[in-house]
Design a protein around this ligand. Structure first.
Ligand code: BMA
Length: 371
C-alpha cells in the first residue's frame, strides 16, 4: 500500500512539474518537449548556483555598428556571446517585416537558429500595439485599455488574432533538423507599472489574469510545445510579496518567476536600487521556491552605463545574494541617444565586464552549451 501511495505521489509530482511548459505533452513518456528540455537547463543553472547572462538584440546592432554578420558588443569585449539572447516581437501583429526597433523578423528567426546551434538560449518579449487606440505599447490615452480589451468580444478577438501571430512565429522556429527551438516567452511584462496599456491602472487583476489565460489558450490550441513561460513584474508598486503575486495568473501558466528592476542614477542610487531588488527580486526568488518554479532577473541595466564598475560592484552583488537562473540587460542602441547597457570597445567598463564574464558564477554561451 505504502509503495502504491509513493508511486502515485511520484507520478503526481512529475505531472505537476510538467504542468505548464509548452502546451500539449509529447505522446511518448520518454520524449521531452523542447520546452521541457529548456526548463531542465534552467533548473540545472539554478541548482548549480549559476547565472546565465542575457542581452537584448545582441547580434543585430551595437553601440557603433549594425547588421554585421555575427557581431556582438558582448563578444567583442568579453570573448563570448551571451548565454541568452532576447528579441522583441513588437509590431509582428501589424504584419510588418520589421519589429518596432527596425530588426527584421526574418533576421530574428535566423539569429535564434544560430544562437540555438551554438548551444545558447533565446528569449522573446513583445512590445505590441494598443489594440484599442492603434497607438504603441506605451499609449495610455485610454487609461482602461486592458479592461476594455478583455471585456469586449471584438477587441478580444483582435487580440486573439495577434497572439496567434506570435504563436505562429514561435512555432515556426526550427533547427537544421527541423526540430522546434525552445524559447523563453515573456509576454505582458512589467504589468505592475503604469506605462504599458496592460499595466496596473488599466484594468482589474482578473482582466490581467484573463490576458494570460487567453494567451495560453491560443498557444495550446496551436500545439506550441517550445515555450517556457516567464512572469516578470516591474519593481513599480511592488513593496511586498503580496504585491508581486497580486496579478499572478497561476502555477499552470508560469514556469519562471522574473523581476524587472533597473538601476537609476541620482542621489541614493544604490540604496534605492538594492531596496527595490530586495522587494521585487526577493519576492521572485521566494515565489519560485514556494511554487516550484525557476527564478530570474528578467531585465536590468544602467542606461548609458556611466560607470566603469557597475557589473562587478552592483550586478554581481545582486547575483551573489539572489540565486537566479539568468539575468538580462537591455540593448546597445546605435541610434537612440545614451541607450546602451553593456560596455563596447573603448568603454571604460571593459575590464569590469571581462571580470564579470570570468567570474565563476556567470555563464556565457560556451559554458551554456555544456549545460
Ligand atoms: C525599450 C527601449 C525602446 C524600445 C523597447 C523595445 O525599453 O529600448 O527604445 O523600443 O524597449 O525594444
Amino acid at each position: 500500500m505504502k509503495r502504491i501511495l509513493i508511486t502515485i505521489a511520484i507520478g503526481v509530482a512529475a505531472m505537476s512539474l510538467c504542468a505548464c511548459v509548452g502546451g500539449k505533452k509529447a505522446e511518448a513518456a520518454d520524449s521531452k518537449t523542447p520546452a521541457e528540455i529548456m526548463l531542465a537547463r534552467l533548473q540545472k543553472l539554478q541548482q548549480d548556483s549559476l547565472t546565465a547572462f542575457g542581452h537584448h538584440d545582441d547580434t543585430a546592432y551595437g553601440r557603433y555598428w549594425e547588421y554585421m554578420p555575427d557581431s556582438s558588443d558582448v563578444k567583442t569585449v568579453s570573448g563570448d556571446y551571451p548565454a541568452v539572447m532576447n528579441w522583441d516581437l513588437g509590431w509582428i501583429e501589424t504584419g510588418a517585416d520589421k519589429q518596432l526597433d527596425g530588426v527584421p523578423f526574418e533576421f530574428i528567426k535566423a539569429e535564434i537558429v544560430k544562437q540555438d546551434a551554438r548551444g545558447g538560449m533565446n528569449a522573446l518579449s513583445w512590445h505590441l500595439r494598443n489594440p484599442l487606440t492603434g497607438g504603441d505599447s506605451w499609449d495610455n490615452a485610454n487609461d482602461s485599455t486592458l479592461a476594455v480589451v478583455m471585456r469586449d468580444k471584438a477587441m478580444t478577438d483582435t487580440l486573439r488574432k495577434w497572439i496567434g501571430m506570435t504563436a505562429d512565429f514561435i512555432g515556426d522556429l526550427r533547427d537544421k533538423d527541423g526540430k522546434r527551438i525552445p524559447v523563453m516567452w515573456r509576454p505582458w511584462h512589467e504589468h505592475t507599472g503604469e506605462w504599458f496599456w496592460w499595466g496596473i491602472n488599466h484594468g482589474s487583476a482578473d482582466d490581467y489574469k484573463n490576458l494570460w489565460k487567453l494567451t495560453r489558450e491560443v498557444f495550446d490550441d496551436k500545439g506550441i510545445d517550445n515555450v517556457v513561460w516567464v512572469y516578470s513584474p516591474d519593481k513599480s508598486n511592488v513593496n511586498s510579496y503580496e504585491d508581486y503575486m497580486q496579478r499572478y495568473p497561476g502555477d499552470n501558466y508560469v514556469d519562471v518567476m522574473g523581476a524587472d528592476v533597473y538601476y537609476f542614477d541620482g542621489p541614493d542610487a544604490d540604496s534605492i536600487f538594492f531596496d527595490r531588488i530586495d522587494k521585487t527580486l526577493g519576492a521572485a526568488v521566494r515565489a519560485a521556491k514556494e511554487h516550484g518554479k525557476v527564478a530570474a532577473f528578467s531585465e536590468t541595466g544602467f542606461e548609458g552605463l556611466p560607470s566603469s564598475d557597475w557589473y562587478m560592484t552592483r550586478l554581481m552583488r545582486v547575483l551573489d545574494k539572489y540565486n537566479v537562473a539568468f539575468v538580462t540587460v537591455w540593448r546597445n542602441s546605435n541610434t537612440k541617444p545614451n541607450h546602451w547597457y553593456t560596455p563596447y570597445p573603448g568603454h571604460p567598463g571593459v575590464k569590469d565586464f571581462k571580470e564579470f564574464h570570468d567570474n565563476a558564477k556567470t555563464v556565457f554561451c560556451k559554458e551554456m552549451s555544456k549545460l
